[in-house]
Design a protein around this ligand. Structure first.
Ligand SMILES: C[S@@+](CC[C@H](N)C(=O)[O-])C[C@H]1O[C@@H](n2cnc3c(N)ncnc32)[C@H](O)[C@@H]1O
Length: 279
Protein backbone atom coordinates (compact mmCIF):
# COMPACT_ATOMS: atom_id res chain seq x y z
CA UNK A 1 0.00 0.00 0.00
CA UNK A 2 1.41 3.45 -0.85
CA UNK A 3 2.02 5.71 2.11
CA UNK A 4 1.27 9.43 2.17
CA UNK A 5 4.76 10.27 3.48
CA UNK A 6 6.31 8.77 0.33
CA UNK A 7 4.40 11.01 -2.08
CA UNK A 8 5.25 14.75 -1.88
CA UNK A 9 2.47 15.82 -4.25
CA UNK A 10 -0.12 13.80 -2.33
CA UNK A 11 1.06 15.41 0.92
CA UNK A 12 0.67 18.90 -0.52
CA UNK A 13 -2.78 18.08 -1.93
CA UNK A 14 -3.92 16.67 1.42
CA UNK A 15 -2.54 19.65 3.36
CA UNK A 16 -4.13 22.12 0.94
CA UNK A 17 -7.50 20.36 1.20
CA UNK A 18 -7.29 20.16 4.99
CA UNK A 19 -6.45 23.83 5.52
CA UNK A 20 -8.78 25.01 2.77
CA UNK A 21 -11.55 23.34 4.73
CA UNK A 22 -10.21 24.34 8.14
CA UNK A 23 -10.22 28.07 7.37
CA UNK A 24 -13.87 27.78 6.45
CA UNK A 25 -14.76 25.93 9.64
CA UNK A 26 -11.99 27.66 11.72
CA UNK A 27 -11.41 25.32 14.61
CA UNK A 28 -10.20 22.16 12.89
CA UNK A 29 -6.52 22.70 13.26
CA UNK A 30 -2.92 21.83 13.77
CA UNK A 31 -2.47 19.69 16.89
CA UNK A 32 -4.81 19.19 19.84
CA UNK A 33 -7.55 21.85 19.81
CA UNK A 34 -7.34 22.48 23.54
CA UNK A 35 -3.60 22.95 23.40
CA UNK A 36 -1.47 25.91 22.40
CA UNK A 37 -1.30 24.46 18.90
CA UNK A 38 -4.28 26.26 17.41
CA UNK A 39 -7.86 27.18 17.47
CA UNK A 40 -10.12 29.14 19.69
CA UNK A 41 -9.71 32.74 20.73
CA UNK A 42 -8.54 31.78 24.21
CA UNK A 43 -5.56 30.10 22.58
CA UNK A 44 -4.57 33.20 20.65
CA UNK A 45 -4.93 35.25 23.83
CA UNK A 46 -2.54 32.83 25.52
CA UNK A 47 -0.10 33.01 22.61
CA UNK A 48 -0.10 36.69 21.78
CA UNK A 49 -1.66 38.45 24.79
CA UNK A 50 -5.10 40.06 24.94
CA UNK A 51 -3.87 43.61 24.29
CA UNK A 52 -2.01 42.55 21.13
CA UNK A 53 -5.02 41.04 19.42
CA UNK A 54 -7.73 43.25 20.95
CA UNK A 55 -8.48 45.40 17.90
CA UNK A 56 -7.96 42.82 15.16
CA UNK A 57 -10.85 41.45 13.09
CA UNK A 58 -12.38 38.64 15.18
CA UNK A 59 -12.39 36.18 12.29
CA UNK A 60 -8.68 36.73 11.80
CA UNK A 61 -7.96 35.85 15.42
CA UNK A 62 -10.06 32.69 15.40
CA UNK A 63 -8.65 31.63 12.04
CA UNK A 64 -5.23 30.98 13.53
CA UNK A 65 -3.54 27.56 13.47
CA UNK A 66 -0.15 28.08 15.04
CA UNK A 67 1.72 26.13 17.69
CA UNK A 68 3.68 28.95 19.29
CA UNK A 69 4.55 32.62 18.91
CA UNK A 70 7.18 33.04 16.23
CA UNK A 71 6.58 36.79 16.31
CA UNK A 72 7.89 37.04 19.86
CA UNK A 73 11.01 35.11 18.80
CA UNK A 74 11.60 37.45 15.86
CA UNK A 75 12.01 40.69 17.84
CA UNK A 76 11.07 42.71 14.75
CA UNK A 77 12.38 46.26 14.42
CA UNK A 78 10.79 49.24 12.63
CA UNK A 79 11.76 49.32 8.96
CA UNK A 80 12.50 45.59 8.64
CA UNK A 81 11.22 43.33 5.85
CA UNK A 82 9.68 40.10 7.15
CA UNK A 83 8.31 36.99 5.46
CA UNK A 84 5.86 34.56 7.09
CA UNK A 85 6.14 31.05 5.60
CA UNK A 86 2.68 29.45 5.58
CA UNK A 87 0.90 32.63 6.64
CA UNK A 88 -2.58 31.04 6.84
CA UNK A 89 -5.30 33.53 7.83
CA UNK A 90 -2.63 36.23 8.20
CA UNK A 91 -2.68 36.91 11.96
CA UNK A 92 1.10 36.99 12.41
CA UNK A 93 1.59 39.01 9.22
CA UNK A 94 -0.78 41.66 10.52
CA UNK A 95 0.80 41.74 13.96
CA UNK A 96 4.25 41.91 12.32
CA UNK A 97 3.14 44.75 10.04
CA UNK A 98 2.51 46.90 13.09
CA UNK A 99 5.93 46.15 14.50
CA UNK A 100 7.88 46.97 11.32
CA UNK A 101 5.74 50.09 10.74
CA UNK A 102 5.18 52.07 7.55
CA UNK A 103 8.89 51.96 6.63
CA UNK A 104 8.90 48.16 6.84
CA UNK A 105 7.05 45.46 4.89
CA UNK A 106 5.68 41.98 5.59
CA UNK A 107 5.04 39.21 3.06
CA UNK A 108 2.83 36.23 3.79
CA UNK A 109 3.33 33.12 1.67
CA UNK A 110 0.81 30.31 1.45
CA UNK A 111 -0.28 27.70 -1.10
CA UNK A 112 -3.96 27.47 -0.07
CA UNK A 113 -6.35 29.79 -1.92
CA UNK A 114 -8.95 29.98 0.86
CA UNK A 115 -6.23 30.98 3.34
CA UNK A 116 -4.93 33.70 1.02
CA UNK A 117 -8.44 35.04 0.42
CA UNK A 118 -9.10 35.23 4.16
CA UNK A 119 -5.73 36.86 4.87
CA UNK A 120 -6.19 39.49 2.15
CA UNK A 121 -9.74 40.26 3.32
CA UNK A 122 -8.58 40.67 6.90
CA UNK A 123 -5.63 42.85 5.93
CA UNK A 124 -8.02 45.12 4.06
CA UNK A 125 -10.34 45.32 7.07
CA UNK A 126 -7.39 46.19 9.28
CA UNK A 127 -6.22 48.74 6.66
CA UNK A 128 -2.73 47.19 6.63
CA UNK A 129 -0.89 48.77 3.68
CA UNK A 130 2.58 47.36 4.25
CA UNK A 131 1.66 43.72 3.63
CA UNK A 132 1.33 41.42 0.64
CA UNK A 133 0.11 37.83 0.53
CA UNK A 134 1.85 35.71 -2.09
CA UNK A 135 0.67 32.39 -3.47
CA UNK A 136 3.38 29.78 -3.60
CA UNK A 137 5.23 26.89 -2.09
CA UNK A 138 7.60 27.39 0.84
CA UNK A 139 9.98 24.97 -0.94
CA UNK A 140 10.36 27.58 -3.74
CA UNK A 141 9.92 31.02 -2.16
CA UNK A 142 8.87 33.56 -4.83
CA UNK A 143 11.20 36.34 -3.61
CA UNK A 144 14.68 37.42 -4.72
CA UNK A 145 17.93 36.42 -3.01
CA UNK A 146 18.88 38.41 0.11
CA UNK A 147 15.66 40.42 0.20
CA UNK A 148 14.31 39.71 3.70
CA UNK A 149 15.51 40.63 7.20
CA UNK A 150 13.44 38.10 9.13
CA UNK A 151 11.64 34.85 8.33
CA UNK A 152 8.74 33.87 10.55
CA UNK A 153 6.85 30.59 10.42
CA UNK A 154 4.29 29.11 12.77
CA UNK A 155 3.50 25.41 12.57
CA UNK A 156 4.15 24.99 8.85
CA UNK A 157 7.59 23.57 8.06
CA UNK A 158 6.59 20.15 9.45
CA UNK A 159 3.90 20.05 6.72
CA UNK A 160 6.42 20.37 3.86
CA UNK A 161 7.65 17.13 2.28
CA UNK A 162 11.18 18.56 1.69
CA UNK A 163 12.13 20.50 4.82
CA UNK A 164 15.79 20.75 3.76
CA UNK A 165 14.69 22.59 0.61
CA UNK A 166 12.49 24.95 2.70
CA UNK A 167 15.44 25.84 4.94
CA UNK A 168 17.81 26.23 1.97
CA UNK A 169 15.39 28.61 0.29
CA UNK A 170 14.78 30.49 3.55
CA UNK A 171 18.56 30.99 3.77
CA UNK A 172 18.67 32.19 0.15
CA UNK A 173 16.09 34.96 0.61
CA UNK A 174 17.50 36.18 3.93
CA UNK A 175 19.91 39.11 3.86
CA UNK A 176 23.31 38.45 5.43
CA UNK A 177 22.76 38.77 9.19
CA UNK A 178 19.04 37.96 8.71
CA UNK A 179 17.09 35.95 11.30
CA UNK A 180 14.90 32.87 11.27
CA UNK A 181 12.17 32.71 13.94
CA UNK A 182 10.09 29.56 13.75
CA UNK A 183 7.59 27.73 15.89
CA UNK A 184 7.17 24.12 14.79
CA UNK A 185 6.22 20.62 15.90
CA UNK A 186 9.36 18.58 16.60
CA UNK A 187 10.16 15.17 18.10
CA UNK A 188 12.32 15.43 21.19
CA UNK A 189 14.93 12.67 21.04
CA UNK A 190 15.66 10.19 18.30
CA UNK A 191 12.95 7.89 17.00
CA UNK A 192 14.96 4.67 17.00
CA UNK A 193 14.44 4.17 20.74
CA UNK A 194 10.65 3.94 20.29
CA UNK A 195 9.00 0.49 20.16
CA UNK A 196 7.66 1.19 16.68
CA UNK A 197 9.41 1.63 13.34
CA UNK A 198 9.64 5.22 12.12
CA UNK A 199 7.67 4.57 8.92
CA UNK A 200 4.90 2.88 10.91
CA UNK A 201 4.84 5.75 13.41
CA UNK A 202 4.56 8.37 10.67
CA UNK A 203 1.80 6.42 8.93
CA UNK A 204 -0.15 6.27 12.19
CA UNK A 205 0.10 10.00 12.91
CA UNK A 206 -1.81 12.77 11.16
CA UNK A 207 0.23 14.68 8.56
CA UNK A 208 -2.19 17.60 8.22
CA UNK A 209 -2.44 17.71 12.01
CA UNK A 210 1.30 18.57 11.98
CA UNK A 211 2.69 15.43 13.61
CA UNK A 212 3.51 12.84 10.94
CA UNK A 213 5.96 15.14 9.15
CA UNK A 214 7.73 16.43 12.25
CA UNK A 215 11.53 16.31 12.31
CA UNK A 216 13.56 15.28 15.32
CA UNK A 217 15.44 18.10 17.01
CA UNK A 218 18.76 16.66 15.82
CA UNK A 219 17.56 16.39 12.24
CA UNK A 220 16.20 19.98 12.33
CA UNK A 221 19.54 21.27 13.60
CA UNK A 222 21.44 19.29 10.96
CA UNK A 223 19.27 20.68 8.14
CA UNK A 224 19.70 24.24 9.46
CA UNK A 225 23.47 23.77 9.60
CA UNK A 226 23.53 22.25 6.12
CA UNK A 227 21.62 25.28 4.79
CA UNK A 228 24.31 27.56 6.28
CA UNK A 229 22.56 28.88 9.39
CA UNK A 230 24.47 29.68 12.58
CA UNK A 231 23.43 30.65 16.14
CA UNK A 232 20.91 27.81 16.04
CA UNK A 233 18.69 27.29 19.06
CA UNK A 234 15.81 24.84 19.56
CA UNK A 235 13.82 25.14 22.78
CA UNK A 236 10.82 22.99 23.68
CA UNK A 237 7.83 25.16 24.64
CA UNK A 238 5.14 22.48 25.02
CA UNK A 239 4.90 18.69 25.17
CA UNK A 240 1.93 16.71 23.84
CA UNK A 241 0.46 13.85 25.83
CA UNK A 242 -0.40 10.64 23.97
CA UNK A 243 -3.93 10.71 25.33
CA UNK A 244 -4.56 14.04 23.56
CA UNK A 245 -3.27 12.64 20.26
CA UNK A 246 -5.68 9.74 20.61
CA UNK A 247 -8.65 11.76 21.82
CA UNK A 248 -8.35 14.17 18.92
CA UNK A 249 -7.79 11.59 16.20
CA UNK A 250 -4.22 12.77 15.53
CA UNK A 251 -3.19 9.15 15.67
CA UNK A 252 -5.22 6.58 13.71
CA UNK A 253 -7.38 4.37 15.89
CA UNK A 254 -5.56 1.15 16.78
CA UNK A 255 -2.50 2.00 14.64
CA UNK A 256 -0.04 2.17 17.53
CA UNK A 257 0.39 -0.29 20.39
CA UNK A 258 -0.23 0.83 23.97
CA UNK A 259 3.50 0.43 24.53
CA UNK A 260 4.30 2.76 21.64
CA UNK A 261 1.81 5.36 22.86
CA UNK A 262 3.33 5.28 26.34
CA UNK A 263 6.81 5.72 24.87
CA UNK A 264 5.57 8.61 22.72
CA UNK A 265 4.04 10.49 25.65
CA UNK A 266 5.56 14.00 25.80
CA UNK A 267 8.01 13.28 22.98
CA UNK A 268 6.10 15.33 20.40
CA UNK A 269 6.65 18.98 21.20
CA UNK A 270 6.11 22.54 20.12
CA UNK A 271 9.54 24.02 19.65
CA UNK A 272 10.86 27.58 19.37
CA UNK A 273 13.58 27.61 16.70
CA UNK A 274 15.90 30.52 16.02
CA UNK A 275 18.91 30.82 13.72
CA UNK A 276 20.82 33.42 11.76
CA UNK A 277 22.34 33.78 8.29
CA UNK A 278 25.92 34.84 8.95
CA UNK A 279 26.99 38.38 7.97
C1 LIG B 1 -1.00 24.90 10.55
S1 LIG B 1 -1.40 26.15 9.39
C2 LIG B 1 -0.55 27.54 10.13
C3 LIG B 1 -1.03 28.87 9.60
C4 LIG B 1 -0.43 30.10 10.28
N1 LIG B 1 1.01 30.07 10.28
C5 LIG B 1 -0.95 30.25 11.69
O1 LIG B 1 -0.16 30.30 12.63
O2 LIG B 1 -2.17 30.35 11.84
C6 LIG B 1 -0.38 25.71 8.03
C7 LIG B 1 -0.44 26.67 6.84
O3 LIG B 1 0.67 26.39 6.01
C8 LIG B 1 0.26 26.33 4.66
N2 LIG B 1 1.20 25.41 3.97
C9 LIG B 1 1.46 24.14 4.28
N3 LIG B 1 2.40 23.62 3.47
C10 LIG B 1 2.75 24.62 2.62
C11 LIG B 1 3.67 24.71 1.54
N4 LIG B 1 4.40 23.66 1.14
N5 LIG B 1 3.77 25.89 0.89
C12 LIG B 1 3.00 26.96 1.25
N6 LIG B 1 2.11 26.92 2.26
C13 LIG B 1 1.98 25.77 2.95
C14 LIG B 1 -1.17 25.82 4.72
O4 LIG B 1 -1.88 26.17 3.57
C15 LIG B 1 -1.67 26.51 5.98
O5 LIG B 1 -2.21 27.77 5.70
Amino acid sequence: MSRLQDDPQAIKAAVRAHYGNAIQTAGDCCGPTNSSCCGPTSTEIALYGEATIADLPAEMVTASFGCGNSLALAQLQPGEVALDLGSGGGLEVLLASRQVGSEGFVYGLDMTDAMLETARRNAEKADARNVSFLKGDIEAIPLPDQSVDVILSNCVINLAPDKGQVLNDAFRVLKPGGRLAVSDIVFDGDLDDLPVAEAELRTALSWSGCFAGALTMNHYRALLEAAGFTAIDLTVTKRYASENLRAQALVSEGALSEQALVALDGRITSCAITARRPE
